[in-house]
Design a protein around this ligand. Structure first.
Ligand code: NAD
Length: 289
């Protein structure tokens, strides 16, 4: 209750970021968002037009509210990192005054909110995700790492100093980091492996420096906007249902609840870990009959 959370990676009400926002709001936290610049105006318009009203309803009858909504692009650390063509893009130009690089967003959060307790990283991007690793370009691979892994390092660098003691951070990963998932290409499997390894190192460093905890949730398949763009999500959901220990659909709300636990004092001894929220699929070694 009364905790302040910053969540990066919400652009509609379908993904994990939204579900985490909702679970944290249910627990009494105040939520602010970092929304990817190209998705910001449609998100704000949809929000204002009431498109999310149904999914904004909380169990006590109130509505999920966002204290602040910031434009953000987690592939840029500083304003000076933004290349000319991006800077001149209509949407980015509109967000330039506020600033959308990670350092600028952290500065805005500090000015508007002050210290925070919770950092959520629920974003990923891999421009060549549909290409097998053997066909992935250097540029595509590095872009996946930049948006999906270094972005978490950057967030902890810039938002870490804003954390109150006993603060906590969570990001989202996928089992393709440790087992081969054909179709999850473009260096995205590599990016998730880096994210998981970095979680251990960041847990140590941010633990010592800020008394903060850093964890990552390995989520099962969900038909979010990002997942639909990869193209094989329906097959993954079916595979999980057929082969996992618990035969049910995975709901974003379940990941929201696990994140709320990990980000709360209930998880005060848990840091540097991967928590699997996948109906148990990760624990299987052989597909059942
Ligand atoms: P989503 O589309 O709801 O979320 C991804 C978000 O990332 C979007 O809001 C998008 O606008 C944002 N984004 C992309 N590039 C960005 C950038 N450069 N800067 C800032 N924001 C950026 O989809 P999701 O599936 O809920 O994804 C959230 C996280 O969950 C991702 O890390 C994803 O890899 C992970 N995950 C998803 C699944 C799944 O099956 N959906 C499974 C395991 C892990």
């Amino acid at each position: 209750t009364g905790k302040k959370a910053f969540i990066a990676g919400v652009a509609d009400d379908q993904g994990f970021g939204w579900a985490i926002a909702k679970a944290l709001a249910e627990a009494g936290a105040e939520i602010s968002l970092g929304v990817w610049v190209p998705a910001l105006s449609i998100f704000e318009t949809s929000y204002k037009r009431g498109k999310f009203d149904k999914s904004r309803q909380l169990s006590n009858g109130s509505m999920l509210e966002f204290v602040h909504i910031y434009p953000m692009d987690a592939v840029f650390d500083r304003a000076s990192d933004v290349p000319e063509d991006v800077r001149n893009n209509k949407r980015y130009a509109a967000a330039a005054e506020k600033g959308f690089a990670v350092e600028e967003v952290a500065r805005n959060v500090k000015n508007d909110i002050g210290n925070i307790d919770i950092i959520v990283h629920s974003l990923a991007n891999g421009p060549e995700v549909k290409k097998p690793l053997l066909e992935t370009s250097r540029q595509g691979y590095l872009a996946a790492m930049s948006a999906s892994s270094y972005s978490y390092v950057s967030m902890l660098q810039h938002f870490g100093p804003l954390l109150n003691p006993n603060g906590s951070a969570v990001s989202l990963t996928y089992i393709a980091s440790e087992r081969t998932i054909p179709g999850y290409g473009g260096g995205m499997s590599s990016a998730k492996a880096a994210l998981e390894s970095d979680t251990r190192v960041l847990a140590y460093e941010a633990g010592r420096k800020y008394q903060a905890r850093v964890n990552v949730i390995s989520a099962g398949p969900l038909g979010s906007r990002a997942a639909k763009a990869i193209g094989f999500i329906d097959d993954m959901i079916k595979y999980s249902y057929e082969n996992g220990p618990i035969q049910k659909e995975l709901h974003a709300e379940e990941i929201g609840n696990a994140a709320a636990f990990l980000l709360s004092p209930l998880a005060s001894s848990i840091t540097g870990t991967i928590i699997y929220c996948d109906n148990g699929l990760h624990s299987m070694g052989l597909a059942p009959d």
